[in-house]
Design a protein around this ligand. Structure first.
Ligand code: 3PG
Length: 304
């Protein structure tokens, strides 16, 4: 079988090597499409692929239709808002993700971004410490739980909310459950977002929630830019000159935000949450193994 690794943002060399070893040991062939600049290159490359491994690459209906031999696509990572699941389903293509494999890298970045903002983006201005502050975690899944544990180890008080978890489960994970989202935002010096982008969550974090945060609070987004109502964020930052926003996924209005708010806002130049050698190896190798298992035994664990 031909397995295409299509990564606009390439994996670390160690991950590519490991993927190749797994694929070839199982008797399959690996093709690489890295750093492509136009979606048409991806569409062309899938023509003879039996399987595809992607990161945030967009597996659209056009891609699925062009991949006449495609049987399985694996998103090496957690968020699968880049996969057209309807198109996969209608073409009998199995879609999977690799949950948890890159979570630690994202969690470490969330902590780093908090400290970076607390220290006024490493400018000489007087900063603050995160010890003793309260962190609210919006969605207590693989990443959220790791952020909570690391923050607690740094002396932060940790609260969390998750629509899929009971208060008891949140307590077991080491956080104090918040009664609702407003209660979380209004009682936390930092809120770290870990929700996926779905029709229910897109644009769900806006003016009301952000302005309910206490004086000097910082909103941290290592999830998806789409979950933020960008106009609402801008208005909130205009009115509340004490609030800060830091993100791994730059909003469309980032240039305007930077001009208006200076060091109160920061976005990484390119999404880098999962961009560590360890996360690349974990997620990439898991994807390769899932595909080989699927071809060998029909295993559909992690099917979306
Ligand atoms: C994920 O959903 O797993 C992360 O956002 C990582 O995305 P990336 O593979 O594009 O870095």
């Amino acid at each position: 079988m031909k397995i295409l690794l299509a990564t606009q943002k390439p994996f670390a060399a160690a991950a590519v090597k490991g993927i190749r070893e797994i694929v070839e040991a199982a008797g399959h062939e690996l093709a690489l499409l890295e750093k492509y600049t136009d979606q048409s290159e991806f569409v062309a490359a899938v023509a003879d692929a039996d399987a595809i491994i992607v990161r945030s690459d967009k597996v659209t209906a056009e891609v699925v239709e062009a991949a006449k031999k495609l049987k399985i696509v694996v998103r090496a990572g957690a968020g699968y808002d880049n996969l057209d699941l309807e198109a996969c389903k209608s073409h009998n293509v199995v879609a999977m993700n690799t949950p948890g494999q890159n979570s630690n890298a994202v969690a470490e970045l969330a902590i780093a971004l908090m400290i970076f903002m607390a220290r006024t983006q490493f400018t000489p201005a007087t900063g603050s410490e995160i010890q003793g502050k309260t962190l609210g975690i919006q969605a207590f899944g693989n990443v959220g739980r790791l952020v909570g544990a690391k923050a607690a180890a740094l002396g932060m008080k940790v609260k969390a909310i998750d629509p899929f978890l009971t208060a008891e489960k949140i307590r077991e994970g080491g956080a104090e459950p918040a009664t609702d989202l407003k209660a979380l935002y209004s009682s936390c010096d930092y809120v770290s977002i870990h929700i996926p982008a779905t029709p229910q969550t897109v644009g769900s974090i806006g003016y009301d929630l952000i302005t309910s945060m206490p004086k000097g609070a910082t909103l941290v987004n290592t999830a998806r830019k789409e979950v933020i109502d960008e106009a609402g964020l801008e208005k909130a930052l205009e009115e509340r000159t004490d609030l800060k926003y830091v993100t791994d996924v730059a909003p469309d209005n980032m240039d305007a935000l930077r001009l208006k708010f200076g060091t109160r806002v920061f976005a990484t130049p390119k999404k880098m949450g999962a961009q560590t050698a360890e996360a690349n190896v974990n997620a990439g190798l898991a994807a390769a193994r899932q595909i080989c298992d699927f071809f060998a035994t029909g295993c559909t664990r992690f099917q979306l």
